[in-house]
Design a protein. Structure first.
Length: 284
């Protein structure tokens, strides 16, 4: 059972609710779109799924129908009683919380492997995706519906117009791809932008991990150095790298990394950034 357009309007009116612009709320009101999201997620019986921004429970119910064990996270206290009512009896665990500040370790403690499925508003999409990649290793894959421009940034490759520091960080942790487009007409209220669905599958081994002596995550010297160099490169993306990152890497590092000093940030892939940032004298 999923909610159609008439169902969404009825639930909103019956509970005197209106979508909150401050939270970027746009409720999916199309059964075909919900089924497509579930299909693309690959969720099935016995899987552990966390849904961020469950709202009125339309996608939550579609996920629960697969036989998955669903944890639905919602920050809007006005919506929470309605969400609990809608998913009651379907074995869904409802958690009140802001996904940007959640204790992911505590939330996901019940299983070693999870999938995340979410319809994310523009203002939280990028920081939330990055936080999940950096802090929630139990989440092995994510399927997120986001504004088209945001999705393109997450999945961009070198040479793409939207390729940037966020794209490099996503590539460090996961394989990302835009897997579908979504029309504004499937939402209530209708947004002024197009949306896309992005799938992210976490790497089994972090790229470049064999070249570092400590776990290459936030707070480690290798990780922080890598993305300090990446940020510097994209902060002045029209400049040649010898100018944008010249204060952070030695001149010899360019030749050793096989990167021209005259190259620009959008031309360099993840491995190139790693070679450039992690080069040290004596490596050759």
């Amino acid at each position: 059972m999923t909610h159609g357009r008439a169902d969404i309007r009825e639930i909103l009116e019956a509970n005197d609710l209106r979508p909150r612009r401050s939270l970027g709320q746009h409720f999916v009101a199309d059964a075909n779109t919900l089924r497509r999201i579930v299909r693309l997620s690959g969720v099935g019986p016995g899987d552990h799924v966390v849904e961020v921004g469950a709202g009125l429970g339309s996608l939550t119910l579609a996920l629960a129908e697969t036989g998955a064990e669903v944890t639905a996270v919602e920050v809007d206290r006005a919506v929470l009683p309605v969400l609990r009512e809608q998913v009651g009896g379907h074995g869904v665990r409802v958690v009140e919380g802001d996904a940007r500040t959640l204790d992911w370790d505590a939330l996901l403690a019940g299983a070693p492997s999870w999938q995340l499925v979410a319809n994310l508003p523009y203002n939280v999409a990028v920081p939330l995706v990055i936080r999940v990649l950096e802090e929630a290793p139990r989440i092995r894959s994510s399927l997120v519906m986001v504004q088209r421009e945001v999705g393109q940034r997450l999945a961009a490759r070198p040479g793409d117009e939207t390729y940037g520091a966020v794209s490099v960080k996503v590539a460090y942790w996961a394989k990302a791809a835009v897997v579908a487009r979504v029309s504004p007409s499937v939402f209530i209220p209708r947004p002024n932008v197009e949306s896309v669905i992005v799938r992210l599958d976490r790497h089994e081994v972090v790229p470049g991990a064999e070249r570092v002596t400590v776990p290459a995550g936030p707070g480690t010297e290798s990780y922080d150095r890598l993305f300090d160099v990446v940020r510097a490169g994209f902060a002045h993306r029209r400049k040649m790298l010898r100018r944008s990152v010249g204060e952070r890497v030695r001149p010899e590092a360019f030749e050793a990394a096989g990167i021209a000093p005259t190259a620009r940030a959008e031309e360099v892939d993840l491995e190139g950034w790693e070679r450039l940032a992690w080069w040290e004298p004596g490596q050759g």
